[in-house]
Design a protein around this ligand. Structure first.
Ligand code: G4P
Length: 534
C-alpha cells in the first residue's frame, strides 16, 4: 500500500461520555466486531483487573473511577482505527483535554434516559473549541428512556449544532423493536442478549411497510411519524459541515445487546475524517513562523500528549504516548526531542493492539506510538526525525486548587524532588516553586489529583508527604512585552511569584479580585488562564 493510502486509511478518535453511560461496553463491542478481540468481557475485565495492576491504582479501585486513559487499535474494513479512551472522572479532566488534542474526531455516548450529563457537557466544550467532529451514539434504548425527539432536541441545544439522525429507534424499553437505518432504508429487528453478531439480526426493508406494521403495529407507526418529524426539522447530511464541527450524525442502539453498534463502526470508516493537518511553529530567522504539518509529509513528526508511569514499580520507566502527525515510523529510526535537541533513546517502542502492547513494525500519521524511556521526555514535547518545529495546542489549565507539600522525613528531599519533577512532567499535577523559596506548591484542577500524587510519591519514590491547604485559589501565567515591564511587575509582587515545571512564571492569587487589581495596576502585563506547551 502506498504511503499516502496508509495515512488516508487511518481514523483516530476519542470516546467521550459521562460515567456509566456505556463507554466501556461500547468500546468492547467495537473491538469485538472489528475482530480485535475474540471474547466479550475482556475490556470490562480489564477495567476491573486494571485495579490489580499496581498499588497506586488502589485509589482507582476505591473510587471506581478510571484514572488512566488508554489507547486501542483495531483494523476494520481495511481501515486502521485508533480509539483513545478518556478518564470519566471530572478530577482528571486535564488528562481528557489533552487526549482530545490527539484525535481527529470524537464519539459521544449518551445514556438515553439521562441525556447530556455534566461531564459530557465539559467535553463537548473542548471539542467545540477545536471544531472536532462529533458522532453521537444514544445508548440504552432497551431501557425506559426519553423520547428520541426530546433527546435530539437536547443534544442540539448542548452541542449548539444540528443533529442529523442516521438511525431511528422503533419503540424503547420493553417494547424496543429495533432501529431504522435511514441510509439503507431498512429496519433491523432488536433482540436482547450479548451473544449475537451484527449479521445475526433480522433486517426488513422499509418498503415492506405492511409487514412492518403487521409485526410492530403502533410502535412502528409512531416511530415513522417521529422520524419524519426529526428528519424534516434537521438539515440534510453534509459531510463538510460535520467535518467542520457544524452538525453531528446521531445513532441509536443498545451497546450491551450488541445492537446498533455496527452502524457506529461503519460511521467511523465512512464518515469520520482521516488524519488532519496540525499546527506547529518553527523559527525562521529567529522569528516564530506558523506551519501546517500535513499527514502526507514524509518527515516523522509527532507530539507527546500523555506520559504515564509504567505500572512496574521496580522500573522507573515511563511511556510517552506520541500522536504521529506525519511521516512513517520504522524500528531503529533516529528521533529527536525538539525541546532538548537530544536523541530519543527508548528502551522499547510499542503500539496498542486492543489488549496487548506490541512492538511497532510501522506506524503512520494518526497512529499512537508508545516510547518507553527513563526520562528526557515531557508532556507536550515534539518529536521529529530532524526537522526543527514545535507543535502547539497542548493545554495546561491554571489550577484552581493548591496544596503545600510538607515532607515528613527531611532526609528524603532528593526523592521528593525527583518524584515531583517526574509527576509534573507527566501532567499528573502542576508543581510550582515559589520565587522567594519555601515549600513547593502543588496545583490541581481536581481534588483527586492530590490524592493520587500523595499516594504515588510514597509508593514510587518512598517520599511520605503531608499536604496542607494554603491561601492560594488560582494562578495566572504572566508575560510582558518587554523584560523591563516584567521585572517591574515581579518586583511589585515578589511573594506571589512562582515558576512551574516548564519554568514559566506565574502569579499566584488568593481571590478572584487579585487578577483584576493587578491588571489595573499593570495594564501592560498579560495574564493567561491557559498555557499551551511551547
Ligand atoms: P462507562 O464505561 O461509561 O462507565 O459505562 P459501562 O460501559 O461500564 O456501563 C455502565 C452500566 O450500563 C453497566 O452496567 C452496563 O452493563 C450498562 N449498559 C451499557 N450499555 C447498556 C445498554 O445498552 N442497555 C442497558 N440496559 N445497560 C447498558 P453495570 O450494572 O454497572 O455493570 P455490569 O455488571 O452490567 O457490567
Amino acid at each position: 500500500m502506498s504511503f499516502v493510502a496508509e495515512t488516508r486509511r487511518r481514523r483516530t478518535f476519542a470516546i467521550i461520555s459521562h460515567p456509566d453511560a456505556g463507554k466501556t461496553t461500547l468500546t468492547e463491542k467495537l473491538l469485538l466486531f472489528s475482530g480485535a478481540i475474540q471474547i466479550a468481557g475482556s475490556v470490562k475485565a480489564r477495567k476491573a483487573s486494571r485495579h490489580a495492576t499496581s498499588d497506586w491504582m488502589e485509589i482507582e479501585k476505591q473510587r471506581g473511577i478510571s484514572v488512566a486513559s488508554s489507547v486501542m487499535q483495531m483494523v476494520y474494513r481495511d481501515h486502521v482505527i485508533n480509539l483513545l479512551d478518556t478518564p470519566g472522572h471530572k478530577d482528571f479532566s486535564e488528562d481528557t483535554y489533552r487526549v482530545l488534542t490527539a484525535v481527529d474526531s470524537a464519539l459521544m455516548v449518551i445514556d438515553a434516559a439521562n441525556g447530556v450529563e455534566a461531564q459530557t457537557r465539559r467535553l463537548i466544550e473542548v471539542c467545540r473549541q477545536r471544531d472536532t467532529p462529533i458522532i453521537t451514539f444514544v445508548n440504552k434504548m432497551d431501557r425506559e428512556v426519553r423520547e428520541p425527539l426530546d433527546i435530539l432536541d437536547e443534544v442540539e441545544r448542548e452541542l449548539g449544532m444540528p443533529c442529523v439522525p442516521m438511525t431511528w429507534p422503533v419503540g424503547q424499553g420493553k417494547s424496543f423493536r429495533g432501529i431504522m437505518n435511514l441510509r439503507t432504508q431498512a429496519m433491523t429487528v432488536f433482540e436482547s442478549g450479548s451473544e449475537r453478531l451484527p449479521q445475526d439480526f433480522e433486517t426488513i426493508p422499509l418498503s415492506e411497510r405492511d409487514t412492518l406494521v403487521e409485526r410492530f403495529g403502533a410502535d412502528f407507526e409512531t416511530a415513522m411519524e417521529s422520524m419524519e418529524l426529526a428528519t424534516g426539522a434537521s438539515p440534510a447530511w453534509d459531510r463538510e459541515a460535520f467535518l467542520a464541527g457544524k452538525q453531528t450524525p446521531v445513532f441509536f442502539g443498545s451497546g450491551v445487546n450488541n445492537f446498533g453498534v455496527m452502524e457506529v463502526l461503519d460511521a467511523l470508516v465512512d464518515l469520520a475524517p482521516s488524519p488532519r493537518s496540525r499546527t506547529s511553529t518553527t523559527l525562521v530567522n529567529r522569528q516564530p513562523v506558523t506551519k501546517e504539518i500535513q499527514p502526507e509529509d514524509k518527515d516523522f513528526a509527532g507530539v507527546v500528549f500523555k506520559v504515564q508511569a509504567n505500572m512496574d514499580a521496580n522500573h522507573r520507566d515511563r511511556i510517552a504516548f506520541v500522536r504521529m502527525a506525519s511521516g512513517k515510523y520504522t524500528p531503529g529510526m533516529k528521533l529527536k526531542v525538539q525541546r532538548t535537541a537530544k536523541e530519543l533513546r527508548p528502551t522499547s517502542v510499542v503500539t496498542f493492539m486492543s489488549q496487548r502492547r506490541e512492538a511497532v513494525e510501522e506506524a503512520y500519521a494518526g497512529d499512537i506510538v508508545g516510547f518507553t524511556t527513563h526520562g528526557g521526555v515531557q508532556l507536550g514535547d515534539t518529536i521529529t526525525d530532524g526537522a526543527s518545529l514545535q507543535f502547539t495546542g497542548l493545554p495546561f489549565f491554571a489550577p484552581e486548587l493548591f496544596m503545600t507539600v510538607i515532607l515528613k522525613n527531611p532526609l528524603r528531599t532528593k526523592q521528593l524532588q525527583q518524584g515531583l519533577a517526574q509527576l509534573g512532567e507527566e501532567g499528573a499535577i502542576q508543581v510550582f516553586r515559589p520565587e522567594i523559596g519555601g515549600p513547593m506548591l502543588l496545583g490541581a484542577v481536581g481534588q483527586l489529583q492530590f490524592e493520587v500524587v500523595q499516594h504515588r510519591l510514597k509508593a514510587e519514590y518512598d517520599a511520605d508527604v503531608r499536604l496542607e491547604g494554603c491561601q492560594y485559589t488560582g494562578a495566572r501565567w504572566i508575560t510582558a512585552n518587554t523584560p523591563a515591564e516584567l521585572r517591574e511587575f515581579v518586583n511589585a509582587y515578589p511573594q506571589r511569584m512562582a515558576k512551574d515545571a516548564a519554568d514559566t512564571l506565574a502569579f499566584l492569587c488568593t481571590s478572584p479580585y487579585d487578577v483584576r487589581l493587578a491588571q489595573e495596576r499593570f495594564p501592560k502585563i498579560h495574564f493567561h488562564p491557559l498555557r499551551e506547551h511551547a
